[in-house]
Design a protein around this ligand. Structure first.
Ligand code: BGC
Ligand code: NOJ
Length: 811
C-alpha cells in the first residue's frame, strides 16, 4: 500500500495523507542551521550540534507520536485547524505534503481556505524560513486568525530534558515589534540567541507556554487559539515559546503570503548588548530584512534548487526503470549528503543527545558524497583524523560543535582506524589531490602532537599490525563494525552499557572482518605509498597484507564460508560448529571485497551460502541462526529478540558489501536482486509493512526470524546510504573512480539492454553509453573514448573541461 507518490520531475515525494505508518520526515539545512520536519510539521531545529545548540524542543518517544514542531493554527470563525493536520487534527478538505530537496511544503485546506506552508533553510543562512501562503478559494470575504508556534529549547538538549529545578527559572525573552527573541542564559555565558519573526503587524503574541496552551491542554487545543485571543505573555522561566497572532482578511480569491523566520544569532562577546539587559539585535535585523518578501523566498528556493542541480549532476543515470533512476539520481545521493551532515546524531530514532559523530560512521558516509562535495569532504577527513590517538586508535565519536573526541564513548573499536584509509583513498581517487597527505593534523586535537595525514594513515595501518591475537588475526577490541559483537565485555549487570562499560584487556578475541578490511584498505595504503614514491613503505605494507591473506586462509575459513571471529576463549564465532550464529554477513562481504577466494571458487561458495542461509524476501540478515538467548561471551548482539537489529535483522548497511562481492564474481542478477530488496523506492508498495519513508534507507529491516518481518526502523541516518550508493553506482552500474582514471566495469542483470550515465570526473564530463547486445552480466567487449578504441576498462583522465563520449559494449 502506498501513502503518496514520487514526483521525479520536481524531485519530491508527495504524501497524500497525514496518517502515514510512521512520521515521514525531511532535513533542511547545509552548514550550520538544521531542521528536521515531518509530514505533519513535527520536528526540531539546532545549530551545528543537536545536543549543545538545540534551538527548539522536541519530546522524544512521545504520545501521540511526533507531538511538537513548527505549528500553525487557523481560527476561522471558531473553526480551528492546522494546515499540516497536526496538532489540531481537525479533518481537512485537502492535505498534501511535498518533501523536496532541502525544503518541505505542507498544504491543508478547509472551508475554502487553503494554507500552504513552505519550510526551508536558505543556503548560508542561520535560520529556517516559513512562508505561509493563504488563499481564499471562496467567493466571499474571509476574516480569520493565524497563529504561529515554536517551542524554544534551553540550548543544551540533554540538560533541557533533565534539569528542571534550574531550567524552570532561567527562561527569558524579549519582544520587539513582531519579533520574539529567545535569550535564556544570554545574560551569563552564552553569546547566542534565537528569534522568531514575521513580516507583518501582529495582533498579539505569546512567549510563555502555559499562557498560550493552558496548563492542562496539549498542543491540539491551545486556549489562546481556541478563544482567538493571544495573551501577550512574557516568559520568565518555565517554558518559553514563540507565537504570533495575525488577523487576516482575504477577499474572494485573494492570496496573501506571510514570511516567518526562526533564526539563530551569535554575537561577539564585547558586543552583546544594545543597552543594559537589551540584546544587540543588529544581526537578527539583517537576517530578517534579507528574507522579507515572497520574492526573497522564491530566490532562495531557486538557489537551493540550483545547489542540488550542481550536486546531482556529478553522476546521473538514464534507465527505463523509474525506481532505479529516482534512487540513483535523486534520493540516494540526497540521503548521502544528509548522513554526511548529521552522521548518526539527530533523527527520529537518534535523539541528538546520545551520540555525536562516529569515527567509522563519518568516514563511511564520505564514501557516498566525496564526488558531490570534495572540499567539505576534505575538511571532514582532517577533522576526523584530528581525533585519532598517537598509537593509531581513535575516539569512537566526536562532538560536531567542538570537533573533539568524546570521552564518554571512549575508544578501542579496532576497526575504526582502517576506515580513515577508506575515506582518504576514496578522496584521492575522486580528486587526484595527493596534497591532503601532507596536511598537518594533530593527534587527539593536541597541536603539539601534529603529524601529516600520511602518518595518520600509517598509524591506522600499523594499529592493526601491532594488535594481532593468538591466530595472528586482528584483535577485535571493544567491537568491530558490529557494535554489538562484544567479545571482551562479559556484562552481567543490566545497568551497564554494552557500548561503554569497562572491557577485559582483550588479548585473545579476534575479528575476521577486520582482517578482511585490513587486506582491502591495506592494499589502498600500499598503493598510496607507491604513488607517492614511498617504495620501501609500500613493500612493507605489501608484506603485512599478504601475510594477513595467508592467515585468513588458514584461520578465517570455515569450510563453506568465512568465519566471523574468535571469542575470548579462542572459540569460533560464526562457524558451522556453533549452535546459533553459524554464519555472519560481514566477513563474507569484506573477505571477498578483499579478493580472497575469488580465484579458487571459495568466493562463489561463500555467496551461495549467504544466499541459502542469510537472504530472505526483505534482504540479507546479519547472521543465522539468530541467537535465542543471552550469551555472556558475545554481548549485546544476543540481547535483541530474534530478527531485530544486530541479532539477525536485515542490517541494511552491509547488504551492499554482498552486492559488491557478487559483482566481483560476476553475478549481476544476484547483485541487483539484493539491491532491489532493500532499495526504498522498490518498497513503496509495501509501505504499510515497511513503515518508514519510501525515499530513504533505514538502518534495519526486521529479518526472517522476527515476529513482524519486513518492518524498518532507524530511517535516514545510517551508513546504508553511502554503501548502497557505492554498490549501485560503482559496482553494479560499474563506473568507478580510480587513482589514474575512471574504471568502467558494469555487472548488471543479464536481461538489461544497457543504460546511459553522465559522470563528471576530474574536470571533464563523460557521457557513457553501455550496450548489452549479448545479454551478459559482466565483461567489456569494447570500450571507445571519443570514437577511439581503448585497451582494458579504464578511461584515462582528460582534465580538459570538455565533454567526452564513452561507448561501452558488454560481451
Ligand atoms: C545498537 C547499534 C549502535 C550502538 C551504539 C546499539 O544498541 O544496536 O546499532 O551502533 O548501540 O549506538
Ligand atoms: C550503528 C553504528 O552507528 C555503526 O557504527 C555500527 O557499525 C552499526 N550500528 C552496527 O552495529
Amino acid at each position: 500500500m502506498r501513502f503518496g507518490r514520487f514526483d521525479d520531475e520536481h524531485r519530491e515525494y508527495v504524501i497524500d495523507t497525514p496518517m502515514v505508518p510512521y512520521p515521514w520526515i525531511n532535513y533542511l539545512g547545509y552548514d550550520g542551521f538544521f531542521s528536521l520536519i515531518s509530514n505533519t510539521a513535527g520536528g526540531y531545529s539546532f545549530y551545528k550540534d543537536a545536543r549543545l545548540r538545540r534551538i527548539t524542543r522536541y519530546r522524544y518517544n512521545n504520545i501521540p507520536v511526533d507531538d511538537g514542531g513548527k505549528y500553525f493554527y487557523i481560527n476561522d470563525n471558531n473553526d480551528v485547524w492546522s494546515p499540516g493536520w497536526k496538532p489540531v487534527k481537525a479533518e481537512l478538505d485537502k492535505y498534501e505534503c511535498r518533501h523536496g530537496l532541502g525544503y518541505t511544503k505542507i498544504t491543508g485546506e478547509k472551508n475554502n481556505l487553503e494554507a500552504e506552508v513552505l519550510y526551508l533553510v536558505p543556503l548560508k543562512f542561520n535560520g529556517e524560513v516559513q512562508r505561509v501562503r493563504l488563499t481564499n478559494k471562496s467567493d466571499y470575504v474571509k476574516k480569520f486568525k493565524l497563529f504561529s508556534f515554536v517551542e524554544f529549547c534551553l540550548w543544551n538538549a540533554y540538560d533541557d530534558m533533565t534539569n528542571f529545578q534550574r531550567n524552570f527559572s532561567t527562561g527569558e525573552v524579549e519582544i520587539k515589534g513582531s519579533v520574539i527573541y529567545h535569550k535564556t542564559e544570554y545574560r551569563e555565558r552564552r553569546d547566542h540567541f534565537a528569534f522568531y519573526s514575521v513580516n507583518s503587524d501582529i495582533a498579539g503574541y505569546d512567549t510563555q507556554m502555559e499562557d498560550f496552551l493552558g496548563l492542562y491542554n496539549g498542543f491540539s487545543s491551545p486556549d489562546a487559539v481556541i478563544e482567538g485571543k493571544p495573551r501577550n505573555s512574557e516568559a520568565h522561566g518555565w517554558q518559553p515559546i514563540g507565537s504570533h497572532c495575525i488577523e487576516v482578511e482575504l477577499g474572494a480569491g485573494e492570496v496573501k503570503d506571510y514570511i516567518f523566520i526562526l533564526g539563530y544569532v551569535e554575537n561577539d562577546k564585547n558586543d552583546k548588548w544594545e543597552s543594559p539587559g537589551i540584546i544587540n539585535k543588529t544581526k537578527a535585523q539583517k537576517m530578517i530584512s534579507k528574507m522579507s518578501s515572497s520574492e526573497d523566498v522564491d530566490r532562495e528556493l531557486d538557489a537551493i534548487s540550483d545547489y542540488w542541480d550542481g550536486l546531482l549532476s556529478v553522476y546521473g543515470i538514464e534507465h527505463p526503470e523509474d525506481k532505479l533512476s529516482r534512487m540513483v539520481n535523486i534520493w540516494n545521493p540526497y540521503q548521502c549528503i544528509t548522513t554526511y551532515n548529521m552522521s548518526r546524531s539527530a533523527s527520529y530514532f537518534e535523539s541528538g543527545i546520545g551520540r555525536g559523530f562516529g569515527f567509522r560512521d563519518s568516514n563511511q558516509d564520505l564514501l557516498g558524497c566525496i564526488h558531490q562535495i570534495p572540499e567539505k569532504s576534505k575538511q571532514r577527513i582532517l577533522d576526523i583524523a584530528a581525533t585519532q590517538m598517537e598509537d593509531g586508535s581513535a575516539y569512537h565519536q566526536y562532538q560536531p560543535l567542538t570537533k573533539r573526541g568524546n570521552d564518554e564513548v571512549g575508544g578501542n573499536f579496532n576497526d575504526d582506524p582502517l576506515w580513515l584509509i577508506a575515506s582518504v583513498s576514496a578522496y584521492i581517487k575522486e580528486t587526484g589531490d595527493y596534497s591532503i597527505l601532507e596536511r598537518l593534523v594533530p593527534f587527539d586535537n593536541d597541536e603539539n602532537k601534529e603529524k601529516n595525514l600520511f602518518e595518520h594513515l600509517k598509524r591506522s595501518f600499523y594499529h592493526v599490525v601491532d594488535n594481532l591475537g593468538p591466530h595472528r588475526l586482528p584483535l577485535i577490541g571493544r567491537a568491530d563494525w558490529n557494535d554489538c559483537l562484544n567479545l571482551n565485555c562479559f556484562s552481567e549487570d543490566p545497568d551497564e552499557s554494552f557500548q561503554t562499560t569497562e572491557n577485559k584487556e582483550g588479548k585473545v578475541a579476534e575479528s575476521v572482518l577486520i582482517a578482511g578490511m585490513f587486506v582491502c584498505y591495506g592494499r589502498e595504503f600500499e598503493e598510496i605509498c607507491r604513488r607517492t614514491g614511498k617504495e620501501k613503505e609500500a613493500k612493507e605494507a605489501n608484506r603485512h597484507v599478504n601475510s594477513m591473506i595467508g592467515i585468513i586462509n588458514e584461520h578465517g575459513w570455515d569450510g563453506e564460508w568465512f568465519l566471523r571471529a574468535y571469542d575470548d576463549k579462542g572459540d569460533k564465532v560464526g562457524s558451522s560448529e556453533n549452535e546459533e550464529g553459524q554464519i555472519f554477513i560481514e566477513s563474507q562481504g569484506f573477505c571477498i571485497m578483499a579478493g580472497i577466494g575469488v580465484d579458487d571458487g571459495r568466493a562463489k561458495q561463500t555467496l551461495d551460502s549467504v544466499k541459502e542461509k542469510l537472504s530472505c524476501e526483505y534482504g540479507i540478515v546479519l547472521q543465522n541462526p539468530a541467537y535465542s538467548k543471552y550469551y555472556l561471551n558475545l554481548g549485546e548482539i544476543s540481547t535483541y529478540p530474534e530478527g531485530y537489529k544486530e541479532n539477525a535483522g536485515v542490517f541494511c548497511h552491509n547488504n551492499p558489501w554482498i552486492m559488491i562481492a557478487e559483482t566481483i564474481i560476476g553475478r549481476g542478477d544476484e547483485a541487483f536482486d539484493y539491491y532491489r530488496r532493500i532499495a526504498p523506492a522498490y518498497l513503496e508498495e509495501i509501505s504499510e509493512i515497511h513503515k518508514t519513508e519510501p525515499y530513504v534507507y533505514s538502518q534495519m529491516v526486521s529479518g526472517k526470524d522476527a515476529y513482524k518481518k519486513g518492518e524498518a526502523k532507524n530511517s535516514w541516518l545510517t551508513g546504508t546510504a553511502a554503501w548502497n550508493y557505492v554498490a549501485i553506482t560503482q559496482y553494479i552500474l560499474g563506473i568507478r573512480p580510480d587513482y589514474d582514471g575512471l574504471i568502467i566495469d558494469p555487472c548488471i542483470p543479464s536481461d538489461w539492454d544497457g543504460f546511459k550515465i553522465v559522470r563528471k570526473f576530474r574536470n571533464s564530463v563523460y557521457n557513457i553509453e553501455v550496450k548489452n547486445p549479448e545479454k551478459v552480466s559482466k565483461g567489456i567487449k569494447s570500450l571507445k573514448l571519443d570514437g577511439k578504441e581503448l585497451e582494458g576498462n579504464k578511461v584515462p583522465i582528460s582534465d580538459d573541461g570538455e565533454i567526452h563520449r564513452v561507448e561501452v559494449v558488454l560481451g
